[in-house]
Design a protein around this ligand. Structure first.
Ligand code: ADP
Ligand code: MG
Length: 136
């Protein structure tokens, strides 16, 4: 496990780049309270790739899809879902097993179907803009 401490949001890009360079898998479970920085991290991570555009997706408030020059990215926020069945109904397995990047907020609902090969990122607010991000 590796823990990064950020004093300001501007340090997030460098952390995203480092995590990109050490990551072995493409599935990232994002753990942390509302406002901890899960979505902001995902945006910063995507910004390190060439020519990433937002694509339309049938469930845009839950799954946001982005297409880059070489790969696709799914930013998945399960906050508003209540059951695994609901996640299955929106085709969650297709995304998880697509071999594209998946960034998943509030993943507890789907823990039983997450492929073994994934990373976990935990976000903590220390005070103000100060955060820690642990990667494993
Ligand atoms: P989450 O997705 O975890 O609910 P967001 O990424 O939507 O959180 O929101 C995080 C908020 O905190 C944003 O408004 C962002 O600008 C702010 N912020 C301040 N400092 C940091 C930091 N060091 N890292 C990430 N976000 C930060
Ligand atoms: Mg979020």
């Amino acid at each position: 496990m590796k823990t990064f401490t950020l004093n300001t949001e501007t340090e997030l890009l460098a952390v995203a780049k480092e995590i990109k360079s050490i990551a072995k898998h493409r599935i990232f479970l994002l753990i942390g309270d509302l406002g901890a920085g899960k979505t902001t991290f995902t945006k910063r991570f995507l910004s390190t790739f060439d020519r990433v555009d937002e694509a339309s997706s049938p469930t845009f408030s839950i799954i946001n899809e982005y297409h880059g020059a070489q790969q696709k990215f799914y930013h998945i926020d399960l906050y508003r879902l209540n059951t695994l069945d609901e996640a299955m109904d929106i085709g969650i397995e297709d995304y998880l097993y697509s071999n594209h990047y998946c960034f998943i907020e509030w993943p507890a609902l789907i823990q039983d179907i997450i492929p073994n090969e994934h990373h976990v990122l935990e976000f903590h607010i220390l005070e103000g803009d100060k955060r820690t991000i642990s990667f494993k």
